[in-house]
Write a protein that binds this ligand. Structure first.
Ligand code: ADP
Ligand code: MG
Length: 724
């Protein structure tokens, strides 16, 4: 479709579109994971011993020997070739939120000119893409171009089918030749180890003897918008920036609340069914889908999985969502705020921590003993969010998420924890020393009866909290819809590891002082609550009062923009956190900061240039055409002796001039290049460029309400949101 199709042509195309064909879905039992080389397929293809070895690695993350790797590689190749695959690719996750891959053929030729296929353990284990084309922050100085990918056997390989053929995809890590992490998977795996080690210490002190490796689980709810491609093609801002940089508010937005869980338009249903079929074939457990609050907005939530696999599946889900939408004539918008004044899109990251022996450690459970473990792990989260709130804010800081946080029904840029009434009361009792006293007096029955009867689904889910306990997990609700879940998971796992280490140290001392485990646990938690209880907040996170009280009374930080939030990655206590836990070396962390800061600047510069371009070449000409039409009308009417009322023309002329003056100021600002460092450049984008873009928009949006509808070049909000 043409890149400059006009708005009216777009509407015609959409209204004349042929009805979508509804395909009958295939039975789940037939298609589930059919394109995944999972344990079940390995069991069929491998010897008993080889299977035992790979299964152990998959389930516990332990190392794999070279001989087994060879056998697995051969089986993987045979399985893939049997399904018509000719290429394989190590797929990896660079520091940008995208997914990268380099395709290699299985084929090699022999000396007789014949073709054979080859795939050995060493080819499976290691690949070598050109590292220079991926951002690496300051690591660029030290590592030249070379980068390596290495197979992650704990995330299953799968086949991607495209019009271009089928490829075996091998989930991998990506590192520099000096061994520094250049991707999002290495830190995630390291953070899981750090958490496992620290959690193990705590459980041992609690008298547990059989302790399986601890991992975190992640279930991500993904919100998104669908816009017809004909509209998208007439909006360079949607195509290039993923959001509308102009657009007057529609007469009917979401104020009627009639979209949430409303009927899904048929065309969208067909898309969803097709998309879910693809997910099932890839072993991604898509579970719920529904409309969201805003018109044109939808959500999909796969069932939760272990963090590493969930993160890979999340990336795959986003890629597939975009490509499938395209096949259905939609542009899928993962941007956090595609339409000003309309609800944005988030990615609620549901996160829990546990193992196969103690179960979900964030589940209050039904026995007092489990409750104590639960209280310690839950306390560890409270401490983590308090101590490392600015880190949690930094890992969700992007130019796009800045527009969402703190606006229309989205959590604020202040990190607090919501526990629910019952649990908050328990922790407050601990803080007030009530539970220790009762325990000492021997009348308390652990004093934890409240939790024994804990309601798993408290009626009052607090939608306003950025970080909420939801019965057996925490839900990080401030994460942006376009983001990889890895950054947030790394931050959560690492802060938890640090807190569990702190708890282990305190608990050891407390246990030396008191033989009573209950008293020891409550004593540690009392100290924890005194230091960190301020982060708990059960009220309305959207309210002005909270924004004030959070900072003034609770001592929390409000970090509204990425320019405010990202520098946390350079603060000593955060550098130390990552170094101590082995998740990032200081050099690696600095490189992340550089990459994310550069991406912020780039995103805003692209938008600013688009604002200048669209205002100058589309909006101004439309306004001027209409003015000249009005002028001709005035002349014609004057011939008849009637005077044209000129207030409309005067307003259009005034707004057009004001808009072009603002465009001039913005253009000058974009040309500014002398910044002391990236931080100064970010500040300039946040404090100057964004405001100047808004200034242009104010005048442009007013023009939209005055210029004749048929002359307006950009598809309007109500059209993009309601015409499907
Ligand atoms: P909501 O009510 O928040 O919209 P959904 O049912 O849409 O909830 O999504 C909840 C998500 O949380 C799902 O992905 C679900 O699998 C996930 N989830 C449930 N239990 C856990 C858990 N223990 N750990 C992590 N994620 C979980
Ligand atoms: Mg949710």
């Amino acid at each position: 479709m043409s890149g400059n199709q006009t708005r009216l042509q777009a509407i015609e195309q959409i209204t004349n579109r042929a009805p979508t064909l509804v395909s009958t879905p295939e039975p789940l039992s037939k298609i589930w994971a059919e394109d995944v080389f999972n344990l079940q397929k390995m069991e069929e293809a491998l010897s008993k011993n080889a299977f035992k070895a790979i299964k152990k690695t998959v389930q516990t993350g332990g190392a794999l020997d070279a001989a087994t790797a060879d056998v697995v590689a051969a089986a993987m190749k045979d399985w893939a070739l049997g399904k018509g695959v000719k290429f394989y690719s190590h797929i990896f996750y660079p520091m940008t939120n995208i997914t990268a891959e380099k395709h290699d053929g299985f084929i090699i030729t022999n000396s007789d000119g014949g073709a054979i296929t080859e795939f050995t353990g060493s080819l499976l284990i290691k690949g070598e893409p050109d590292g220079s084309s991926f951002p690496n922050g300051s690591l660029r100085m030290t590592n030249a171009a070379r980068g390596y990918t290495a197979w992650d056997p704990t995330s299953p390989a799968y086949i991607m089918h495209t019009a271009n053929g089928s490829t075996l995809m091998i989930p991998s890590v990506f590192m520099s030749w000096t061994g520094e992490a250049l991707d999002k998977k290495i830190p995630l795996l390291r953070s899981i180890s750090a958490m496992d080690e620290a959690g193990n210490k705590v459980l041992k002190l609690m008298g547990e003897t059989n302790i399986a490796p601890i991992n975190s689980s992640c279930g991500a709810e993904q919100e998104y918008f669908l816009v017809d491609e004909n509209f998208a093609n007439a909006r360079p801002d949607l195509l290039l920036a993923g959001r509308t940089l102009f657009g007057a508010p529609p007469a009917k937005g979401q104020q009627f609340d009639d979209h949430y869980f409303g009927a899904i338009p048929e065309r969208v249903q067909v898309f969803m069914q097709d998309f879910e079929n693809k997910l099932y074939k890839l072993g991604i457990p898509a579970k719920t889908h529904h409309n969201e609050v805003a018109p044109g907005q939808f959500e999909i939530a796969p069932y939760y999985e272990n963090a590493n696999v969930a993160a890979d599946h999340q990336q795959l889900l986003m890629t597939l969502m975009k490509s499938t939408a395209k096949e259905h004539g939609f542009l899928c918008l993962l941007h956090e705020k595609p339409f000003a004044g309309i609800n944005g899109s988030g990615k609620h990251v549901n996160w829990s921590v546990g193992n196969s022996t103690q179960g979900n450690l964030l589940d209050p459970g039904s026995t007092p003993h489990a409750n104590l473990n639960f209280l310690l792990f839950c306390g560890a989260v409270i401490r983590g969010v308090h101590k490392y709130g600015p880190l949690l804010r930094a890992v969700i800081a992007t130019a796009s998420n800045d527009h969402r946080l703190g606006a229309n029904e989205a959590p604020p840029a202040i990190l607090s924890v919501y526990l629910g009434e019952q649990l908050e009361a328990v922790f407050n009792d601990i803080k007030a020393g009530k539970l220790t006293e009762a325990a000492a007096a021997g009348v308390m029955d652990l004093g934890l009866s409240q939790i024994l009867h804990f309601e798993r689904d408290p009626g009052d889910r607090n939608r306003t909290s950025p970080f909420a306990f939801t019965g057996n997990r925490f839900e990080f609700r401030a994460v942006g819809s376009s983001q990889s879940v890895s950054g947030p998971l790394v931050a959560m796992n690492t802060m938890l590891a640090d807190s569990l280490n702190w708890i282990a140290e305190k608990l050891e001392a407390a246990l030396a002082d008191s033989a009573d485990q209950n008293i020891a646990v409550i004593t540690v938690l009392q100290e924890l609550m005194e230091l960190h209880g301020n982060v708990i907040f059960g009220g309305d996170g959207y309210s002005e009062e909270w924004h004030k009280a959070a900072v003034e009374k609770h001592g929390l930080k409000n970090l509204p923009t990425t320019a405010d939030a990202l520098p946390a990655l350079r603060e000593d206590y955060i550098v130390e956190l990552f170094e101590k836990t082995g998740v990032f070396s200081p050099v690696e962390l600095e490189s992340r900061y550089e990459v994310y800061a550069e991406q912020y600047v780039l995103a805003i510069e692209v938008e600013a240039k688009l604002v200048v371009d669209i205002a100058t070449t589309k909006i101004y000409p439309a306004a001027i055409s209409y003015l000249s039409e009005l002028g001709l009308t005035a002349t014609a009417m004057a011939d008849l002796g009637i005077e044209l009322e000129t207030s409309l023309a005067t307003s259009i002329a005034a707004e057009s001039n004001a808009m072009m003056a603002a465009v001039g100021t913005l253009s000058k600002a974009i040309a500014t290049h002398d910044f002391a460092d990236t931080e100064a450049h970010m500040r300039f984008c946040a404090d100057v460029i964004r405001g100047l873009m808004d200034e242009v928009r104010v005048h442009a949006d007013l023009l939209e309400t005055m210029v004749a509808d048929e002359l307006w070049p950009l598809p309007k909000y109500h059209e993009m949101l309601f015409i499907k």
